[in-house]
Write a protein that binds this ligand. Structure first.
Ligand code: ZN
Length: 246
């Protein structure tokens, strides 16, 4: 049997600590808790880390033994230290997978890896969303029917300022008329990145088995085939002789 996938679920974990916020009722142990619980049920080796821990819980030691990092942030993107962002970026480039959820579109790490602002349109009007599968053969869509329907969501709409995804797996339709590229894959260096839209803190989307299924599929997809680090080197010696030029 192959070794279990090692996942770290990182969560800002601020809304859930505010007793006046709906998130404190929906996710009393933090929204990382149901995600981690689901991934453990799938046989994965799961750690969690949160913003207010030393080094935001993302020590070099933990990252070195993380195959895939999941990221949820919203209120406090600016409080994430640049040094930790550098550390995560280097791990992604050397093969660690990264799954960015919902408002993580504005996180330092996502913007750094994309090279764009991550800006989008948004609206809180409790509208319906259909998340359409546009690549049914893709492993991230495994076990999902034609679409996932959510009754009440925060809308995210185009334009979403991202580089064109290498593969677009899901497109969302919203009751109010907007559309959004809600499941996007990219490669950066040896690392694989997936952005997935659902997960607003005021709704129980991380208790929804279809949403959790997409997240575990994304983790399995994001595990590198060939992790390693591609260093800079001066190749003075050539493989073949190089002829003299006039
Ligand atoms: Zn939100």
């Amino acid at each position: 049997m192959s070794k279990p996938v090692r996942v770290t679920v990182w969560n800002e974990f601020r809304h859930e600590k505010d007793s006046s916020h709906a998130a404190s009722q929906i996710y009393p142990d933090g929204m990382h808790a149901p995600i981690a619980g689901w991934l453990r049920q799938q046989g994965m080796d799961v750690a969690t880390a949160t913003l207010d821990e030393p080094e935001h819980g993302l020590t070099q030691e933990l990252l070195d033994k993380t195959d895939v990092l999941i990221w949820w942030g919203h209120l406090a993107h600016g409080e994430v230290c640049d040094e930790i962002v550098d550390r995560v970026q280097l791990r992604v480039l050397s093969g660690m997978g990264l799954v960015v959820l919902h408002s993580g579109h504005h996180s330092k790490i996502f913007r750094r890896l994309m090279g764009t602002t991550g800006h989008l349109k948004w609206r809180e009007a409790d509208e319906r969303e259909r998340i359409w599968v546009v690549e049914p053969g893709h492993p991230i869509a495994a076990g999902i029917d034609r679409f996932i329907e959510l009754d009440r969501v925060e809308m995210y709409g185009e334009r979403f300022d991202i580089p064109a995804p290498d593969t677009l797996v899901f497109i969302s339709w919203f009751e109010g008329g907007n559309v959004f590229r809600s499941g996007c894959c990219w490669n950066r260096g040896r690392g694989r990145i997936f952005y997935f839209r659902p997960g607003h803190e005021s709704f129980p989307h991380f208790h929804n088995e279809q949403i959790l299924r997409v997240i575990s599929n994304a983790v399995n997809w994001a595990v590198a085939d060939n992790p390693g680090f591609d260093d800079v080197a001066n190749e003075r010696e050539s493989l073949e002789p190089i002829g003299a030029k006039d």
